[in-house]
Design a protein around this ligand. Structure first.
Ligand code: DAK
Length: 195
């Protein structure tokens, strides 16, 4: 596994999406590597995940697009269904498929410098990895419509205001805060937490 790094700290696992060259964009290889984790984050200061890999998508025919979406849906549903609590530590851009992946996590924490959005419409496509369903469940139909229809990303402060993220921290503190929360959860009775 090169595109996904997994580090374990006792009972906490941190999954880092690791394609800094492409701002951690999700290609088929990365989607296939997605595993079971507690904290999900991206390599570097700039991006959590900048979206599905636009370069890979550009060459897809209809069958290929269907396959690409199926790989993503399998990976994202597995994350969503995970019985282990999951925290997205949004350390930078979470756009398109990146925000959709964060939406599969139970809890979203963001760095001050992060920007989140569903810019697919600006590319002439719609969110394809579950955002049309999961986003309105979190922020309500109206804000979901705004994000999906304008395609305009919003800063972390605005994401907090509409409760898309639970908390915003200075960039350098995000991982410590995520680890602290993960530690609190991991310290609780596992069966109760799973239930
Ligand atoms: N895919 C691939 N490469 C990406 C990328 C992406 N999503 N985002 C960034 N990169 C690459 C850039 O191409 C650049 O590579 P080089 O040119 O250096 O080789 C490198 O990362 C650095 O990016 P920038 O030079 O652009 O950095 P900036 O700071 O200037 O800008 C940015 C950062 C995040 C604002 C910008 O990179 C950007 O706008 N990126 C694209 C964001 C985006 O549009 N994401 C959503 C993608 S669509 C489906 C339906 C829909 C979908 C999938 C399937 N089905 C029904 C099948 C769509 C899903 C999406 O996620």
């Amino acid at each position: 596994m090169q595109n996904i790094l997994v580090e374990r700290y006792g009972s906490i696992a941190v999954l880092t999406v690791n394609r800094p060259r492409a701002l951690n964009a999700l290609n088929t290889e990365t989607l296939t590597e997605l595993e079971r984790v507690l904290i999900v984050t991206g390599t570097g200061q700039k991006a959590f995940i900048a979206g599905a890999d636009i370069g890979e998508m550009a060459d897809l025919d209809a069958k290929g697009a269907k396959r690409f979406a199926a790989v993503a849906h399998r990976a994202f549903n597995a994350l969503d269904d995970l019985r282990v609590p999951t925290i997205a530590a949004i350390n930078g851009y979470a756009l398109g498929g990146g925000l959709e992946l964060a939406l599969c996590c139970d809890i979203r924490l963001a760095a001050e410098g992060a920007k989140v959005g569903q810019p697919e419409v600006t590319l002439g496509i719609t969110p394809g990895f579950g955002g049309t369903q999961r986003l309105p469940r979190v922020v309500g139909a109206s804000y979901a419509m705004q994000l999906v229809l304008t395609g305009k990303p919003i800063p972390a402060s605005e994401a907090l205001r509409i409760r898309l993220v639970n908390a915003v921290y200075p960039d350098a503190e995000l991982m410590d805060k995520a680890m602290e929360m993960a530690g609190q959860i991991a310290g609780n009775a596992p069966i109760a937490v799973q239930a």
